[in-house]
Structures are given as C-alpha cells and as structure tokens.
Design a protein around this ligand. Structure first.
Ligand SMILES: *Cc1c(COP(=O)(O)O)cnc(C)c1O
Length: 420
C-alpha cells in the first residue's frame, strides 16, 4: 500500500488511486537504475501532499503580492536558509518549478535574445537547456556547443577554452545529464573569467553528491549554480538557483516576475525537508555509498566486456556503449525493463545510430542506494544485465523471466519509502 495511505483518493477517484497504487508497487518491484530518479522519504512525500498547495505567494518572503503569508514566509525562509547552509552559498532561490525553468531564468538574468551562450552538446551529455537546437535556449540565443573527446569520452578543456575565446559567450554552462566523470569547476571558472562570461554550474544530477561531499563543490568557482531537487539530492520535483551575492538580485528578478508566477509552496516545504535530511551525517554516508555502488557496478560491467564511455565512473552514473554487443540501447532497455531492471536508452558520444534508437544505456545508483543495496550486490546486478542484454539479442524470453524472478526475490528484502 502507498505510504502515506491514500484512502480519500481511493474513495473519491478509484481510477486514479489504483494507478497510484500500481505505480508504487512497480517502484517497489523494480531495480531502478534511471540516473535522474530516486526514492524520496515519507516525510518529503507528506510535505508534498499538504494544504500548502492551496496558497498563492507571488513575490518573496516579506515582499508578497497576496495576504496571508504568516506561515508560508517562514517555510520559504527555512528552505532558503537550509540551502545556503548546506551548499555554503550567499544566496538561494527555491522557487523554480523545475530544472529547465531554473536554467531559463539564468539566461533571462544574464543574456539578451540573440546573445552567444555556450554549453555542452546534448549527444555528448549536456542538457537540452544548455543550448541544444530544439530547445528554446538553442532557438532564442546563438548557441555554441562543446563536446567530449572521442578517445577519452571526457570534456576537452582546451577545446572549451579555444571555443570560448573565439565566440565570447555571455553565459557558459557546465554540467549535464550523462557525464560519468568529475566536473572540473576551477578549470571552467578560469575560462569563463578570461572571456568575461557568467559561469553556471548545472549540478542537477550531482547535487546530492556535492551536498554529501562525494563530488567537489562548484561554490567559489561558478557564480551561479542551478540544480533540480529530485535527483541525487532526494527531494521533491523542483529546483533551486544558488549564487554569489553579486548575481543574487538579477536571478531573483528573473524567476519572479521574469518567468514565473506563484511558487509551489507545498514543493518549497518538501525541499526544506529534503535539505534538512541532506544536512544529516547519514546523508554523507549515502552520497559516498552511491559512488561506491556505481564504481563497483562499473567494474563488474567492464569485467563482463561492456564498453563504458570514459572507461568507468567518478559519480553515480554509468554510460554503456552497446556497440560491441551487437544490440541497440532501446531493445536492451526494453528487455531489461521486462526483467525488472529499469533504465533508459541513451545516445553515446559520436553515436552512429539515431537518437530514438541509440547505441547506449544510462545507469545510475542513487535509487538503489536509497533502497539499501550495497557493493556486494553489484556483481550480481552486472550478471543480470549481461544475461538480459544477451537474451534480448537472442530473443530468449525464458532468461528474461528467470532474471525477473530473481530480481523480485532480492528486492523483497529491501523496503521502499512510500510503500508498505
Ligand atoms: C534533469 C536536468 C535538468 C532539467 O530538469 P527538469 O526538472 O527535468 O526540467 C536540467 N539540467 C540538467 C543537467 C539535468 O540533468
């Protein structure tokens, strides 16, 4: 059953309640390896489902456009203070609805339409909002994109520097969605400073690792830091923008009234709860365990002949190029899902295949680490992945079913917050 219970929903709208229950069970029954996902605590779930959703609060604490903010202001102040304390930043805005609008607000603050901006190309591991062509950020700005080296699978900072010198972008984004390696914030900062650009570290994927001390912090290097709150940080779906004092005012104005209306106060409360959880010593252990699991899984996959982009991982994320396995990422991901192992097919750098049928799969260990799986389980997980990828190639549905049964057996011993 979903925790907290959804008895009122079940009574008034059984159709939706049944789907929510089914999704909770599905999350319980799967080894969830989607690198951007996690399991939030029951406390975060409860905060998300409160009457704070009823309240309009355009503006910021102490400067609102609606009355009745006696309890909303302290909620938002707590969230802001906790973000500042946890990450060690001068300023935090907790109102962005999600990661993409947070990044849009940054452009709105520091660039005009048509200005040159720079970010990592989507096929190399960047995000849509870092200037990819189909995104508003690629249409409304003059976007120049850097990638990774073919031989190393890593960002070539000499290439970034040359491109920045030639193109003089106003804003440079570092970070991305499929980067298995440590981001060199000091090197990006040097480049941005040289060309007079605002450096934005988009730590959406790694915020929990940064908070837990398992990835270097961009603070002191990037003037602006954006992050989602729902990936490794293990909070509700939402986002934050953090910055030094000098960039604070422009960012606040860009979020409201520049881009958004009323903040989602129930989300703000849940962000505050998640930030408090992330400030506990146990979260440091969690962040390091995520990385230990990813490294152990990467090692076990390499032993089984899998080709990992950049050869391994420094963080929570593994990008596998299935080119040498004779199977595409999509059929592999679909077979793995049937076997109870959930992940996404993903483009790999220099992918010879199409984006809807790419060569890679992307794996992350944030959710399984929350679940309590440890390094001792990673060789077994790699063995299952290996068996199912082979089975997908050979249309061997019996093996897929065997693995599904073994996965269910393992997970029965690992409780999930949100389901009991
Ligand atoms: C997930 C992600 C985003 C966007 O977040 P949404 O909440 O999906 O809009 C932005 N940047 C990076 C690097 C991300 O990984």
């Amino acid at each position: 059953m979903h925790q907290p219970a959804i008895s009122h929903l079940a009574a008034s709208d059984p159709e939706i309640a049944d789907l929510v229950e089914a999704e909770a069970k599905r999350q319980h029954d799967k080894i969830r390896l989607i690198a951007s996902e996690n399991y939030v605590s029951t406390a975060v779930l409860e905060a998300t489902g409160t009457v704070l959703t009823n309240k309009y609060s355009e503006g910021y604490a102490g400067k609102r456009y609606y009355e009745g903010q006696q309890f909303i202001d302290p909620v938002e102040r707590l969230a802001v203070q906790r973000a500042k304390d946890l990450f060690g930043v001068d300023h935090a805005n907790v109102q962005p609805y999600s990661g993409s609008p947070a990044n849009l607000a940054v452009y709105l603050a520091f660039a005009e339409p048509g200005d040159t901006i720079m970010g990592m190309a989507l096929p190399s591991g960047g995000h849509l909002t870092h200037g990819w062509s189909v995104s508003a950020t690629g249409k409304w700005f003059r976007s120049v994109q850097y990638g990774v080296r073919k031989d190393t699978g890593r960002v070539d900072l000499d290439e970034v520097r040359d491109l920045a010198r030639a193109e003089r972008p106003k804003v440079i984004f570092c970070g991305g969605t499929a980067i298995p390696r440590t981001i060199d914030f000091p090197a990006f900062a040097e480049i941005a400073q040289e060309v007079g650009a605002v450096l934005v570290a988009d730590i959406a994927h790694i915020a929990g690792l940064v908070a837990g001390g398992a990835h270097p912090s961009p603070v002191g290097h990037a003037q602006v830091i954006t992050t989602t709150t729902h990936k490794t940080l293990r909070g509700p779906r939402g986002a934050m923008i953090m910055s030094d004092a000098a960039h604070a005012k422009a960012l606040d104005k860009a979020v409201f009234p520049g881009l958004q209306g009323g903040p989602h106060n129930h989300t703000t409360a849940a962000i505050a709860v998640a930030l408090r959880e992330a400030s506990q010593p146990a979260f440091q252990d969690y962040a390091h365990a995520i990385v230990a699991n990813a490294k152990a899984l990467a090692e076990a996959l390499v032993e089984r002949g899998f080709d990992l982009v950049s050869g391994g991982t420094d963080n929570h994320l593994i990008l596998v190029d299935l080119g040498n396995k004779g199977i595409g990422g999509k059929p592999a991901a679909k077979a793995l899902d049937r076997a109870g192992i959930e992940l996404n097919y993903n483009t790999v750098p220099f992918d010879p295949r199409k984006p809807f049928d790419p060569s890679g799969i992307r794996l992350g260990t944030a959710a399984i680490t929350t679940r309590g799986l440890g390094v001792e389980q990673m060789p077994q997980l790699a063995a299952w992945i290996d068996a199912v990828v082979r089975a997908a190639d050979e249309q061997d549905e019996a093996t897929v079913e065997r693995v599904a049964g073994e996965v269910a057996e393992l997970l029965a011993g690992y409780p999930m917050p949100g389901w009991a």
